[in-house]
Design a protein around this ligand. Structure first.
Ligand SMILES: [Zn+2]
Length: 429
């Protein structure tokens, strides 16, 4: 099979430190054949003329946590006052938004994601409205169909109805290069029995699911003590007074089965070192969303404690309701600015290989033999650290050198939700 040889000033493999004067060999399907120092790689592939790239070559990016369907909320939801005022405003503004506005904003967001070299997302959705737009741009990853509700019986019926809703609303969906799983929203907005059912179901199906966990202090107060702005919000906004668990947040997380390798834990901004140690021991992938945490709560995730616990975090943008862009490299940049001691290539790794692993996609996020991650470049004269160059030049065009190979029909078929789970019983709530 014919191959292309890319000879670059710098190669950032995604899963390893940068290679100065590097080369990447890629086949016609976009699969990586070899990566390494040009002096070693080029002599082994003497046939094709190397394509010279002046700048930094890197794999397609993975935005491991976002909500593309909220893209019309850009600039409309004020931040800085904490989670409850933010989400209350979000609920109101969502209810006033027309479907056409949503569709237009979703298209623009998908185009921006593609232009920013993003090849996969962990997309949380209530409506499934963004799935088709992402698929049209060749963006794959994982669809997390979010479930909320503190009324146990109502929400368990809702879970039963998800499969029927999926078939009704996105008939063309299984053609997209994504895994699908219903996902609990949080442990303060979903009854624990429902959270447990969703997490167990994803494990049985061998797919990733997702949970927002320890995003802010109000979450802990609600779960552990039944106090604070969250219970007040339930009472005033929804006239609901749920029975709160009144247990340590991470005991509850462990009890519902969230600290396991198939559950992508998002945020952990309010997690303590002993809790991070439990997350690490359980093997759950972690996604940090620094710019969203800064926007809503004015705080950063505890990156150094996360790393000290042995966690290799991925990065996500969260939605445009709490962020200025869906560019996951901007998350790496936000961390670089505030944690200058962390190696810049490690931050790029969080936006590539760690994200791919979090979503269960070993074929993405790294320039490594056999992977099919999409190959991109930012061109220019690089003085010093090429990862620092990438993070300092967020506005520079990201040129696609080799397209991410889509998975085969057989591979895609294996990702479709199996018939009958969740069951086809129709029950909307
Ligand atoms: Zn989120």
């Amino acid at each position: 099979m014919s191959v292309r040889v890319l000879h670059a000033d710098h190669v950032l493999p995604g899963d390893a430190p940068p290679i100065a004067d590097g080369a990447v060999v890629v086949d016609a399907r976009g699969a990586i054949v070899e990566v390494g120092a040009a002096a070693e790689v080029l002599p082994r592939h003497a046939g094709p003329t190397p394509e010279r790239v002046r700048g930094v070559v890197f794999p397609g990016l993975v935005n491991a946590h976002t909500h593309v369907e909220l893209s019309s909320m850009r600039g409309k939801i004020a931040g800085g006052h904490g989670f409850v005022p933010w989400v209350d405003r979000l609920v109101t503004t969502r209810s006033e938004t027309l479907p056409d506005e949503d569709a237009e904003a979703i298209e623009r967001a998908a185009a921006d994601l593609a232009a920013s070299a993003t090849v996969a997302v962990g997309d949380v959705t209530n409506s499934l409205t963004a799935v088709a737009a992402l698929a049209r741009r060749g963006i794959g990853g994982a669809v997390f169909h979010e479930v909320l509700g503190m009324d146990r019986d109502v929400v368990l019926r809702r879970i039963d109805g998800l499969r029927a809703e999926l078939e009704e609303r996105v008939p063309s969906w299984p053609g997209a290069d994504v895994s699908y799983a219903p996902a609990p929203h949080t442990l303060f907005t979903l009854h624990p029995d429902a959270a447990r059912a969703l997490l167990d179901s994803a494990e049985r199906r061998g797919v990733r699911t997702s949970l927002h966990l320890a995003e802010h202090a109000a979450e802990r107060r609600a779960v552990e003590h039944g106090e604070g702005p969250v219970p007040e919000w339930f009472a005033t906004r929804f006239k609901q007074r749920p029975e709160w668990p009144k247990r340590p947040l991470f005991d509850l997380a462990a009890d519902v089965g969230a600290l396991r390798p198939h559950v992508v834990l998002v945020h952990l901004a309010d997690a303590r070192p002993d809790e991070l140690a439990r997350v690490a021991a359980g093997g759950a992938p972690v996604v940090l969303c620094p710019r969203s945490n800064l926007y809503i709560e004015g705080r950063l995730p505890p990156l150094l404690a996360v790393l000290a616990a042995g966690i290799e975090p991925a990065l996500g943008t969260d939605s445009l309701a709490s962020n200025a862009s869906l560019d996951v490299l901007a998350e790496a940049r936000a961390l670089a600015d505030r944690f200058p001691g962390v190696a810049k290539w490690e931050l790029v790794k969080m936006a590539t290989w760690n994200g791919a692993r979090a979503l269960g996609r070993d074929d993405l996020g790294r320039l490594a033999r056999g992977a099919r991650p999409g190959v991109f470049a930012v061109e220019g004269a690089v003085a010093g650290d090429p990862a620092a160059f990438l993070l300092a030049n967020l506005r520079a065009p990201r040129r696609e050198l080799a397209r991410r190979a889509l998975r085969s029909a057989e591979e895609l078929a294996s990702l479709a939700p199996p018939a009958g789970e969740p069951s086809a019983r129709k029950e909307m709530s």
